[in-house]
Structures are given as structure tokens and as C-alpha cells.
Write a protein that binds this ligand. Structure first.
Ligand SMILES: [Zn+2]
Ligand SMILES: [Zn+2]
Length: 272
């Protein structure tokens, strides 16, 4: 299981907590309903400054500072460079440095920047198209070891008895564990190709539901086609507009096969 908690409703609020890395993607309102998680989290990656992706920050920070729990851990908030100035200014006013029991760092990222997490993992930022300003998608990458091709089908225990070291038998590859692309109308899919899980903007069902000439959100069928082309293993359809009921989206999505799809119900916190 992915071990992800996500709430996402277009224009209202979006956030996704990836528990294996204590990492939050976006911080719309309502995150603190997940009691206790505000203390364990280590970092937040903000996609863009729209309020449905950022307005949970003030309550999260205050809650982490004054709530009952470990409020000493530093917190890093990564964001698209030049795109969070007003919100950081507001936070500095309502939650000034002298009040803080933990170290709070805002760190700007440009497309292509990579944040290392320990020895084998990293989160890389890439450009997504959402109107005409910089927004970022993120991809979690893990370095994993595997058996070298030349030893596949051999008796490994025997090879080790014959004197080969385990390190001689293995090589490594990079796996895209999770990609996060809210909100986006378009991006270079090479950044997410082959991902085990992709959280994608499916605000609309059909692209015709989008306003003509708008370049802000995908329709589900556009994402589906691109996800198949780019060998996404599990698609998590999120940021769904309130105009569609969960039952309606489930019925539409249930009509085809070819890709494993989960739908984020925009009426509750979902666990995947
Ligand atoms: Zn949004
Ligand atoms: Zn947006």
C-alpha cells in the first residue's frame, strides 16, 4: 500500500500526506483534521500559491507550535521560486519568528531542483502548466538494488558459496515511487513516466467541460490517455470538481479497463 492520506476538491482544498517520508504535498485547509500528523511531518512541498493549496499553512503551523505533541522538530516548506511571497509575509505577521518553538524554513525551488532525502531517496521538482505562472510538480525517486542481468536464473546461494560477494551480484535502478501533479493543465510527461503512483489533476471529466482557451486543469480522459502512453502503474485522480458526484465519476471511470485508477472522493479524507 502507498500509505497516503489525501483530501482534494477543486477550488476548495487539496493536500496529500505521504507517510513513509513524513512529507506533505500542498497544504489546503483541513489538514489538521488528521490529528497528530502535524507533529511528525518533516517537510511540505507546495505546488503553487492558489489558496486551495496553501491556506491550511497558518492553522498547521499554529497547531504544531501550540498543540499537544512534539513541537521541536524543524519544518521545511518548499515552494516555486518567487511564487509564495504574499503568503510567507502573512505567515510572518501572524506567526512571527519569536513565537516559534520549531525552526521554520521556506525554501524556493526551480524546475529541475532535487531535494535529497537520506541516502537513497529524493524529491525532484518539475515545471507544470497552470495558467501562465510557475507551478511545480514533484516526483519521489528511490534508488533500489536488483540482481544483475547476467545472474538472472542462476542459483544465487550457490554463487555466494562459490565465493561471489552479494555486492558483485547486484546493481541498482531508480524507481519513481510517487508523482504529484496538482494543479496542471500540461507538463512534460517524461518527468513522471513509469511512476508507480501518479496523483493527477482531473478537475474535469471531459476536456470539453473546461472553459474554451483555459490552460489550468486537465480532464480525466486526457490524463488517462497520457497515463497509458507513459506507463503509469496506478493513477490517482484528484482535484475533482464539485460539479460531479463521486458515484458519477466512479461510473464513468468504471466503463473502461487498461489502467488501475483510484478516484479521490472530494467529500472526505481518502487513504490509499
Ligand atoms: Zn487547486
Ligand atoms: Zn490552482
Amino acid at each position: 500500500m502507498l500509505n497516503l492520506d489525501i483530501f482534494s476538491k477543486a477550488g476548495h482544498s487539496s493536500w496529500a500526506l505521504y507517510k513513509p517520508l513524513d512529507t506533505l504535498f500542498d497544504c489546503g485547509e483541513g489538514f489538521t483534521l488528521l490529528s497528530g500528523q502535524q507533529f511528525s511531518m518533516k517537510r511540505i512541498f507546495i505546488s503553487h500559491d492558489h489558496l486551495d493549496h496553501t491556506m491550511g499553512l497558518p492553522s498547521l503551523l499554529k497547531n504544531r507550535n501550540y498543540g499537544k505533541g512534539d513541537n521541536s522538530k524543524p519544518l521545511e516548506v518548499y515552494h516555486p521560486e518567487g511564487r509564495l511571497r504574499d503568503i510567507i509575509g502573512f505567515i510572518n505577521q501572524i506567526f512571527p519568528e519569536r513565537e516559534r518553538k520549531f525552526k521554520l524554513n521556506f525554501i524556493p525551488l526551480a524546475p529541475g531542483d532535487e531535494v535529497p532525502l537520506g541516502k537513497n531517496k529524493s524529491i525532484k521538482a518539475f515545471r507544470t502548466i497552470h495558467n501562465n505562472f510557475l507551478s511545480l510538480g514533484y516526483v519521489v525517486t528511490e534508488k533500489r538494488s536488483c540482481l544483475r542481468d547476467e545472474y538472472k536464473g542462476w542459483d544465487i546461494a550457490q554463487l555466494i558459496r562459490d565465493g561471489l560477494e552479494p555486492k558483485d551480484l547486484s546493481t541498482y535502478y531508480f524507481s519513481k515511487t510517487l508523482a504529484y501533479t496538482l494543479d496542471a493543465y500540461d507538463f512534460d510527461w517524461a518527468n513522471v513516466a513509469g511512476s508507480e503512483y501518479l496523483i493527477a489533476d482531473c478537475t474535469f471529466i471531459n476536456k470539453e467541460d473546461r472553459r474554451p482557451n483555459a490552460k489550468n486543469h486537465y480532464g480525466f480522459w486526457e490524463v488517462h490517455e497520457l497515463a497509458v502512453q507513459n506507463q503509469i502503474k496506478n493513477l490517482i485522480a484528484a482535484h475533482i470538481s464539485e460539479r460531479y458526484s463521486f458515484e458519477h465519476v466512479s461510473e464513468v471511470v468504471g466503463k473502461f479497463s487498461g489502467l488501475k485508477v483510484s478516484i479521490v472522493n472530494n467529500q472526505k479524507i481518502n487513504h490509499f
